[in-house]
Design a protein around this ligand. Structure first.
Ligand code: ADP
Ligand code: ZN
Length: 740
């Protein structure tokens, strides 16, 4: 028997080994094996069993094919050992891994690596064992001192305990306890001590199911009856979480498990508490802040079936839950579900795939669904459940749009605050209520904007803002590759007022402090939160009422719930709208809808003020009305017309090198070669928006096609034809989210 093994070396190749007879019966696909590799021992996962008589003569025809080096028909080595007889992957999970590797054009090993925590696979990973002391059931009569009798009685009362803990709590020593063990009063044996990330949270009061309102009942009905993935489209506060909880409870009753995926940023103690207080010890959490030990123990509790509900960020899609009945993806539109490093998978799409492979229900929840998902509903691939009203306290806030074109501005220091917004802030200060002010950060992608009329300089072919490139003072379109020299005056109003940078949070803070010298302002952006915990510290301070105004970037947009906040201001709604990104309107709608959801969560009514140069832009108008359907209809027609997702798949081919000539000429060659492939729409090669980072020059080619397989096939073909030199790094980002 021969087994094909994936070794963690990112060689995009599997290796074959023979199986010694004594291991044949025990060997199973998905197990972690230890194998000889060169002069050392490596670890790898058993991917499949193969007959290999004639394999050695085969040659590699299809670049998708992975087999042990075909040109060297050498004698195979035997595997050394089976590290753990319990497989790490079920056959269906392996299927998922393979499918994602194929879809993202990533090596299978890289997907395996993303799928199981390093803390679980590492050679020295193990459960923690400590000495546990239990009272002997029928202790033999021995001479008892008063002290010893007391100790014994205490241990009986406590039902035993960890050695260390008993020493501490009963003020005794391990020597005395060991002596009691020797006398037969107690037994001392090593026992696994669970490292529990929820710790004290396990002790919180259990909650019962809430009686559902009509919309929730209908939604749960749709989910229970569905044979397709369900989009749970519910406004902020409509009680989606309660629906998830009750859908999960149903699965548990029928003996099945569930996975709940949330964006890492919403994986707060509040979120976890809602699941832990309903399902107690059946809940396991997986997230980046766990210690290796906690991660090891939680993962093993999932695999053993002790934990039935997993809450975690994107990697939770791979959790080895047995008899999976339901996968929930909360905030399904969130960009953090897309991994921006190898393997560049989208965990929301992976969840849909896993559901299909395992026959599990899939629920995608959002107040602002992605247009991909919305379209899947429209064409009947997904079912829809809708919830339009808030379930608990609070009403949706009133939203006001303020025109920021020159004459309306209130402050003299530049276009930061309108008089309307300043008046509204003043009112909150007088009433001792709190305000959140939100400023969009622009990141690397810079568009060219007019400071007078707010217009952007756009590519006429693609109707998208050009990206400004400082190196050669050019405006480039990353979709088609077209470019122009940066104009001197605004093409719309003629003012010589074009600018390339947005307003920073620090400048906004200074301007606000000037208007309200007595207001206490907290700023939250990448700079003010670089210290560990500073993110939480700032939010807690604001929650305790230590400041009047919280001013920040996207970071403050989601998941936060402050009862005393009655005003939310968006300083520059256009800034995200003007991004040279075809999803700019969608992102803007999502951000505005989410930010608006921050106001009026409790008893106090909320107000939202959105400042914009272009208050008639469809995304802004629809966001102010909270009308997702209208926005989606409008935006989808634009996407269809311009051949953008979800009407095509878009991939970014990213090339990097320390040698500018090398990277530009290869990018050009790649673009020209891909242009020859039928069915692909390919851009000219362009320098990335971030042209150089850490000494690496970055170039990009954007490829679009109706299907991903067309793109991936062409990519594999290209790499096989022209393997890039060592000095060049080439990668493809399928269904890319950002084109930086
Ligand atoms: P979403 O996830 O849709 O934003 P949440 O699940 O956070 O909404 O619910 C918002 C609030 O409404 C929460 O405080 C929740 O406890 C409350 N809530 C949800 N469902 C009900 C219900 N059926 N009856 C009463 N309150 C509810
Ligand atoms: Zn263009």
């Amino acid at each position: 028997m021969t087994v094909r093994v994936a070794i963690d070396l990112a060689l995009d190749r599997l290796f074959d080994y023979t199986v010694p007879e004594e291991l044949e019966k025990k060997l199973a696909v998905g197990q972690l094996l230890s194998v000889p590799f060169g002069h050392r021992t490596a670890r790898g996962f058993a991917m499949e069993m193969v007959e290999r008589e004639c394999d050695a003569k085969r040659t590699l025809k299809d670049p998708n094919e992975t087999l042990s080096d075909p040109k060297r028909p050498y004698a195979l080595k035997p595997i050394s050992a089976i590290v753990d007889e319990e497989p790490f992957f079920s056959t269906r999970l392996l299927e998922l891994v393979r499918a994602l590797a194929a879809y993202t054009a990533a090596p299978v090993e890289s997907v395996l690596k993303a799928a199981v925590p390093a803390a679980v696979v590492r050679p020295n990973a193990r459960a923690k064992e400590l000495y546990f002391i239990s009272p002997a059931l029928a202790p033999v009569p021995v001479p008892m001192t008063a002290r010893r009798q007391w100790l014994y009685d205490q241990i009986v009362r406590l039902g035993g305990g960890w050695m260390q803990q008993l020493c501490r709590e009963l003020k005794t020593t391990s020597a005395s306890l060991k002596e009691m063990g020797r006398l037969g009063l107690v037994t001392i044996a090593p026992r696994q001590k669970r490292r529990d990330p929820l710790g004290n949270m396990r002790r919180i009061l259990p909650t019962k199911s809430l009686p559902l309102n009509d919309e929730q009942t209908a939604a749960l009905g749709v989910i229970s009856a569905a044979t397709k993935p369900v989009l749970l489209f519910g406004v902020t506060g409509s009680g989606k979480t309660e629906v998830y909880l009750q859908a999960i409870a149903k699965e548990l009753e029928s003996g099945r498990g569930a996975i709940v995926m949330v964006p890492e940023i919403s994986l707060t103690p509040q979120t976890v508490r809602r699941f832990a207080s309903r399902f107690g010890d059946k809940v396991a959490v997986l997230h980046s802040a766990l210690s290796d030990g906690e991660r090891y123990d939680e993962w093993h509790r999932i695999r053993s079936g002790a934990a039935r509900v997993v809450v975690g960020p994107r990697s939770a899609v791979f959790a080895p839950v047995r008899d999976l009945g339901l996968v929930v993806v909360d905030e399904e539109h969130d960009p953090s579900y897309k991994q921006d490093d190898n393997p560049r998978y989208n965990a929301r799409d992976a969840a849909v795939l896993r559901g299909r492979l395992e026959g599990a229900r899939v629920v995608l929840g959002s107040a602002t669904p992605s247009l991909e998902t919305w379209r899947n509903v429209a064409v009947g691939k997904y079912d829809l459940a809708e919830m339009k009203c808030r379930a608990g306290a609070g009403t949706l806030p009133a939203v006001r749009l303020v025109d920021m074109s020159a004459p309306q501005r209130g402050d003299s220091s530049g276009a930061i605050f309108s008089q309307d917004l300043l008046d509204a802030v003043k009112l909150r200060l007088d009433r001792h209520e709190q305000t959140i002010l939100f400023l969009n950060r622009r990141g690397y992608s810079r568009s060219v904007t007019c400071a007078v009329c707010g217009a952007t300089v756009d590519c006429p072919e693609c109707s998208l803002p050009y990206t400004y490139h400082r190196a050669d003072d050019c405006c480039r379109c990353h979709i088609c590759g077209g470019w122009i020299l940066t104009p001197k005056v605004c093409p719309a109003c003629g003012a010589p007022a074009l600018q390339y940078k947005g307003i920073g949070t620090q400048r906004a803070e200074a301007a606000l402090a000037k208007c309200f010298p007595n207001a206490k302002i907290l700023r939250m952006d990448a700079d003010s939160t670089s210290r560990k915990n500073s993110h939480d510290d700032i939010l807690s301070a604001f929650r305790r009422g230590e400041a009047d105004v919280l001013l920040g970037t996207q970071m403050i947009a989601k998941g936060l719930d402050f009862p005393n906040v009655t005003l939310v201001g968006v300083l520059n709604a256009d800034s995200s709208l003007n991004m040279p990104d075809f999803r700019a309107a969608e992102r803007t709608f999502q951000l505005l809808a989410q930010v608006s959801g921050r106001a009026g969560r409790a008893e106090l009514p909320g107000e939202v003020i959105i400042q914009s140069y272009d208050p008639s832009a469809p995304a802004i108008v629809a966001a102010a009305r909270g009308d997702f359907a209208a926005f989606a209809k409008d935006e989808l027609s634009v996407r269809e017309e311009c051949f953008f997702p979800p009407f095509c798949h878009l991939a970014a081919v990213n090339l990097r090198s320390k040698d500018l000539k090398l990277v530009s000429s290869w990018a050009d060659m790649f673009a020209k070669s891909l242009m020859k492939v039928k069915g692909l729409t390919v851009s000219e090669a362009v320098p990335s928006a971030l042209e150089k980072a850490d000494g690496w020059y970055r170039w990009q080619v954007v490829v679009r096609a109706p299907s991903v397989s067309t793109i991936v096939k062409a990519w594999r073909w290209l790499l096989a034809q022209r393997p890039p030199p060592a000095a060049l790094r080439a990668a493809i980002d399928v269904d890319a989210f950002s084109l930086t």
